[in-house]
Design a protein around this ligand. Structure first.
Ligand SMILES: Cc1cc2nc3c(=O)[nH]c(=O)nc-3n(C[C@H](O)[C@H](O)[C@H](O)COP(=O)(O)O)c2cc1C
Ligand code: SF4
Length: 358
């Protein structure tokens, strides 16, 4: 049984990861639309609805910092989009965290959301890549972001160095060096969060120990908050990034155990980065348990916010039932142009009412 004090703590403002969150439920990075349209007016409205709905902070979907394997429009539209979104979120005191990423040969399995397949690590110059992270970080902060988040997960370029079986490129001593260099380049401009994959669970993927080591090195490098995730879009179900069939109160927070290992190790090493757990969190009770057990100091959710952008406000206003999302992944189905939840839409449009058999 969790204490009321911890439940209250979830809903109270907290200074975490170098920025003031309005509560400890954060909207994870969601790229909400097909690659060629991103970032659109509709994406602005979507993120605004998350701030209006009570999210403690909003993290944008990935912006690629390099044209290699990515859409050029990211570069051109980036500043205007961040300026407008940070302005819109100010109405709700909701901080904006801009996710910066780099495509790779592995980050591809949802092509409509991910765009063209990107390069292998050995085809890139890690120094140039990390400088690009630095440049985008500078632009993001100038445009009003409260923090940036570096994507080191899901098979993106920075975490792909951990899977290089053919040896590291000249000049690199450790597979985590490019991620740490990118962090360093971004830190010159403001607080930096990282999103780290604790293992991939797939052939030729890296393991939990490697993911934890990556987290430790990024904490040593100055990341103020580490969001924990796992898998790639090529990991087989049910392990992939978006676990299917999560059941509230039974199979929530499947990454609690590796996340606990990371948190404990950081504490032992005296490292102060905050930990935020992502992945199949659906209820207030489970979130409070995670806090109470010292596994994390904030939680983040993706699909629950697609189903109910106002989830946190609903919870605040005493309808404390778990998220209505039951993790079917219909929102990501082939052909979807903008991510919405068909399940909730049909409920709202009353398609769930019994019809007379005529
Ligand atoms: C439609 C969609 C798009 C996503 N886009 C990104 C992204 O751009 N970057 C990223 O790191 N994670 C992305 N994610 C993963 C989420 O940030 C988050 O880690 C995941 O949804 C957490 O699991 P949950 O949906 O069970 O809460 C995406 C998830 C969804 C559903
Ligand atoms: S379609 Fe709706 S219920 Fe299914 S995973 Fe997506 S948000 Fe959740």
């Amino acid at each position: 049984m969790v204490s009321l004090k911890t439940v209250r703590e979830l809903f109270e403002p907290a200074n975490l990861g170098g920025i003031p969150l309005t509560c400890r439920f954060v909207a994870s990075a969601i790229t909400p639309e097909v690659f060629g349209r991103w970032p659109s007016e509709r994406a602005l409205r979507f993120y605004r609805s998350l701030g209006a709905g009570g999210a403690g902070a909003v993290i944008t979907g990935s912006f690629y910092v390099d044209r290699l394997g990515a859409d050029e429009s990211h570069g051109d539209q980036f500043v205007g989009f961040v300026e407008r979104l940070s302005g819109l979120l100010k109405d709700f005191d909701c901080p904006l965290v801009v996710q910066l990423g780099h495509s790779s040969h592995r980050l591809h399995n949802v092509p409509q959301l991910m765009g063209p397949r990107g390069p292998y690590p050995h085809e890139t110059d890690p120094y140039e890549v990390t400088q690009a992270f630095g440049r985008f970080s500078k632009k993001a902060f100038e445009a009003g972001a409260s923090a940036v988040q570096i994507r080191c997960c899901h098979g993106s370029l920075l975490d792909s160095f951990l899977t290089m079986s053919e040896g590291l490129p000249p000049g690199l001593e450790n597979p985590w060096d490019p991620a740490v260099m990118a962090l360093d380049a971004c830190l010159a401009h403001g607080p930096v969060w990282v999103k780290v994959g604790l293992g991939e669970d797939m052939p030729h993927g890296y393991g939990v120990d490697d993911g934890i080591r990556l987290g430790i090195e990024l904490a040593k490098g100055g990341a103020s908050l580490i969001e924990v995730t796992s898998g790639t879009f090529e990991s087989r179900p049910p392990v992939g990034v978006l676990r299917i069939g999560v059941s509230s109160g039974e199979s929530e927070a499947h990454l609690a155990s590796p996340c606990r290992r990371l948190s404990e190790t950081l504490r032992e090493l005296g490292l102060s980065s905050h930990i935020m757990l992502s992945g199949s969190i659906r209820s207030i009770e489970r979130s409070a348990e995670l806090l109470e057990e010292g596994i994390c100091s904030a939680v983040s959710m993706g699909r629950p916010f697609i189903a109910e952008p106002d989830l946190v406000n609903r919870w605040r206003e005493d309808d404390r039932r778990p998220s209505a999302c039951f993790s079917c992944n219909a929102c990501l189905a082939e052909g979807v142009e903008f991510v919405t939840c068909p399940v909730m839409r049909e409920k709202e449009e009353n398609f769930w009412n019994l019809r007379s058999p005529d």
